[in-house]
Structures are given as C-alpha cells and as structure tokens.
Design a protein around this ligand. Structure first.
Ligand SMILES: Cc1cc2nc3c(=O)[nH]c(=O)nc-3n(C[C@H](O)[C@H](O)[C@H](O)COP(=O)(O)OP(=O)(O)OC[C@H]3O[C@@H](n4cnc5c(N)ncnc54)[C@H](O)[C@@H]3O)c2cc1C
Length: 472
C-alpha cells in the first residue's frame, strides 16, 4: 500500500502541525523527510546561529517522531532547484501515495513548491499543503472593497474581529505502525549534513526543543505579559517573550502562542499590546504574500528607490561591529553579535541610524540582520527595515528620526544595558554614559562617527527631493 510522506521545512515540531497531523490520519504508513539546502541558505543570508538552531531542533524532532514510529530521513542538495528531482526520486522509490507539507510564503519557496507539485502531478503522487504560519489564511483579511490592507491599525482591527480567543489546535498525531523503507543512497545522517559551528554560549542562551518553547510561552504568559506595555521598551529588563526564534523556525505554532496569551491571565492593556505584536508579525506576512516584490529587494514605495543612498564601507563596518561612538547603538549591535538577537526598540533605533543618519541603503542593514539573527524572518525583517527607512507600507514618516542619544536616556536611563555590552564605558556616570564627553571618552572607544544634526538634515534633504508624492 502507498504511504504518506511529510516534508518538514519551517515547522520543526510535532504538536499542532497540520501536515503531520493530516498524514497521520490517513491510516497508511508515514515517513518524514528534511532537505538541507546550504547554498540556498547562503543566498538567503540565513545566519549561522539560525542554521545551528535548526540542526539542534531537528535532532529533537527526530526523537519525537521516533516515538510515533515515524522515521525522519535527512537529505542534502545545494539549492531549491534540485529539490523537485529529489522529491520525485523519493516518492517513486518509497511508493508514496501523498505528500504533505506546510506552506512557506517568500517567492523562492513558493516557486520551489510549485515545481514540486508539478513533479508530483507527473508521477501521479497526490499532494496536500496547509496554512501553518498564519493565524488567518492568505487573502482572508480584506478591506470592504476586497483589497489587501496597507495600514496596520485597520488590518489589526479586522483581524481581531475574525480571530477567536481560542483557535483550533490540531490534536496530537496518532502513533503509527512502524515501517521500513529502503534507505536511499542520497540519504544522510543528520550529523553528516553541512552545519555551521556556533558557540556553546549561544546554544545555552537559546535552548532547542518544543518543550522548551512551551515552557517559555507559559512562563511569559503567566506573569511578564502583565507588565509588557511598560517593560517592553526597556532593553535591560528582558520584558519581552524572546519567542521570536521559536516562532520563526516553527518550534511552536503561532496558534499555540495566541491561545496562550488568552489562557493564563485576564486580558488587560498589556496583554492586548502583546497580541498586537503577534498581529504585526501577521501583517508583514500578509504584505509579503500580497506584494511579493518586497521579497525581491524592492521598496514597498517604489519612489523611494530614487533616493541617492550612500555607500561607505568603513561606516557600514563600524555600525556592524558596534564601533559607531554612539553607546546605545554600539551596545545594540554588540548584543546582536553576542546573542544572535536584538531587542525590538533597539532594532528600530539602529535601523533608523543606518538608513537616516548615515543614509546608507537599508538593504545593507536588512542583509546584515539576516546574516546575524537567530529569528531572521524575511517578512518581519523586511517589514522592520522598510518601516525604519520610511520606504515601506505604513512606515514611520521620513521626518520622524529617532535620536539615538535621546532614545538612550529614555529607554536605558541608568545605562544598565550599555554597561553590559560596552564594558569600556561601564565606569561612566549615568549622565555621561549616553554620550561621553571628549574629556571622559576612554581611548579604546571611538568618537561619534557622524554629527547627528548634519546626518538628520542630509536625510531630510534626500527624502524631500521625492516629497512631491504625498505618500512618502
Ligand atoms: C529592523 C527590524 C528588523 C526585524 N527583524 C525581525 C526578524 O527578522 N524576525 C522577527 O521575528 N522579528 C523581527 N523584527 C520584529 C521584532 O523586533 C522581533 O520580533 C522581536 O524583537 C522579537 O522579540 P520577542 O520574541 O521578545 O518579541 P515580543 O515582544 O515578545 O513579541 C512576540 C512576538 O511577536 C512578533 N513580533 C513582535 N514585534 C514584531 C514586529 N515589529 N514585527 C513583526 N513581528 C513582531 C514576534 O514573532 C515576537 O516573537 C524586526 C524589527 C525591526 C525594527
């Protein structure tokens, strides 16, 4: 009898997994595959920390699936172009009746999946694919005139009307009858695939596994969520959930997270503020689907492509390495290097500094973030960068430019966060730490790389050239 094949991608979990659940319901034997594509990952600027996170989570997934008598087989090809042929070989040699997978939305992934479905058609293998990454399926949140929303607030209002407090979660998959499939020559052991090496420190900071993700969301939704509105902007407090790596790689589903936000405490302003962040995630994914050009390095506002962005390698590197001479920017960029993650308030501040005060092309910042982030996600990263650079949908007005020193005084008043990541400034007073005077600046700390007022004027002038268009 033909059997079912589950293709795992960005959904490295057993619970609430539509593709796995449906495959297990068919009462036919089930096998599972994961296909590593290292060249494609490099092309997409996926960070080493993120790829290592996949590696660690795949090991957990293999064990969890084994408890269901499902074997997870590993394959490696260079890129997405080679995937359809490989899947075709697997399906034919294993006598697969139906392939199941959860949708991914960026253009290259969609193109790959169309090719895979075409190949399945040719060899008479059925396929079923499912929405997994979104609270509401693509195309289902629409204006009254049936067009996509371009602005977050009306999108979120509409989405909230359509969302239940308790969303349907797929039941635990049924345990299967064990089967043996012939080992294909292409198959590898997990450890034989190409994995980057990352520090034990980062691994310990971001533990792998569904169980860990559940514990994290439950802990956050029992207490810290209640103070989220006040604490979310203070980087030294750790008042946010730090669930983004788990959501980005599908170690937990967004439905599970949404339900948890209603489950553990009375909804107050803080809870609603946090739910709004989940809706920002949702909004940017819907934008990516409705406006696929944002997947192709295009600004959402085409006119902003005419901005004469500067290219300055030295300044770009100083920003990347946390050596700009602006303590909060440097602390944030060093947090990114040390943790593979950065606090949301700081992501906005450093993105605006690069794209406005330095007038360096936001795409270079977007790329650097992807290369470093454990939670790198095309939709959210592109959305965040285009918001900060005022090139995106519903983005910050071009003349509202965060001043990194003012932001530092406001969101890190005692310099606690700066002292942690920029130890050479740790001895400075609460007043001096935000911008050390020439006399007090240690020799090993750089002078500010730009005059903030000049940088601001230069950015305003660049945007004003386009400002005949009222949408800028
Ligand atoms: C320039 C820039 C780049 C960004 N790049 C990414 C990225 O690559 N991947 C990513 O997941 N987020 C990105 N964000 C959004 C946000 O910074 C992170 O989601 C957040 O910092 C993750 O921390 P947390 O899990 O503690 O968030 P919490 O505050 O606990 O929020 C809960 C969840 O909501 C989602 N979320 C929160 N804020 C946003 C937002 N502004 N946009 C979209 N989703 C959001 C995340 O999935 C997050 O895990 C970016 C923001 C900016 C300004």
């Amino acid at each position: 009898m033909g059997h079912q094949l589950v293709w795992f991608r960005n959904d490295l979990r057993v619970s609430d997994n539509p593709a796995l659940y449906h495959a297990c319901q068919q009462q036919n034997p089930v096998s599972a595959i994961y296909i590593a594509t290292p060249e494609q990952w490099r092309d997409h600027d996926d960070a080493d920390v993120k790829i290592d996170f996949w590696h660690r989570n795949l090991a957990c997934l293999k064990n969890s699936l084994a408890e269901l008598n499902i074997e997870l087989h590993f394959f490696q090809v260079n890129n997405y172009q080679q995937v359809p042929n490989l899947i075709s070989t697997i399906c034919q040699q294993w006598d697969i009746e139906r392939l199941h997978f959860n949708d991914e939305y960026p253009v290259n992934e969609r193109f790959r999946d169309q090719q895979v479905m075409a190949v399945c058609g040719q060899i008479s293998v059925e396929y079923q694919h499912y929405n997994d990454q979104l609270l509401l399926p693509p195309g289902s949140v629409r204006t009254k005139s049936d067009t996509p929303f371009k602005v977050f607030t009306p999108f979120s209002k509409q989405a909230k009307q359509q969302l239940e407090q308790s969303l349907y979660l797929y039941p635990a998959p049924i345990k299967q009858t064990a089967i043996n499939v012939t080992t294909l020559t292409q198959a590898s052991q997990l450890t034989e695939l190409t994995w980057p090496i990352v520090s034990d420190d980062i691994k310990a900071f971001w533990p792998e596994g569904e169980q860990h993700a559940f514990a994290r969301v439950a802990k956050f939704c029992r207490q810290p969520i209640r103070d989220y509105k006040q604490s979310r902007d203070i980087p030294s407090l750790g008042g946010t959930s730090r669930l983004s790596p788990y959501l980005a790689s599908g170690i937990i589903s967004v439905r599970q997270v949404w339900n948890a936000s209603w489950q553990y405490c009375e909804p107050n302003d803080s809870v609603q503020t946090w739910q709004n962040e989940l809706l920002w995630r949702e909004f940017y994914k819907h934008i990516l689907i409705d406006y696929p050009e944002v997947s192709r390095h295009k600004p959402w506002k085409p006119l902003t492509d005419n901005i004469d962005w500067r290219y300055d390698e030295q300044q770009l590197q100083a920003w990347q390495q946390g050596q700009t001479g602006f303590p909060l920017i440097d602390a944030a960029m060093r947090q990114l290097l040390a943790r593979g993650w950065m606090h949301n308030r700081l992501r906005m501040v450093v993105a605006m500094f690069l794209s406005k005060h330095l007038l360096i092309d936001w795409r270079l910042g977007e790329c650097w973030f992807m290369q470093q982030l454990i939670d790198g996600d095309l939709a959210a990263n592109n959305g965040g960068w285009q918001w900060s650079a005022s090139t995106g949908t519903d983005s910050v007005p071009y003349f509202r430019i965060f001043n990194p020193v003012t932001q530092s005084k406001r969101f890190d008043p005692q310099g606690t966060f700066i002292r942690h990541y920029v130890p050479e400034l740790a001895h400075l007073s609460d007043k001096e730490i935000h911008m050390p005077s020439d006399a007090n600046r240690p020799q090993n700390y750089p002078k500010p790389m730009v005059d903030l007022s000049d940088g601001r004027q230069r950015a305003l002038a660049a945007f004003k050239l386009l400002a005949t268009d009222s949408t800028i």
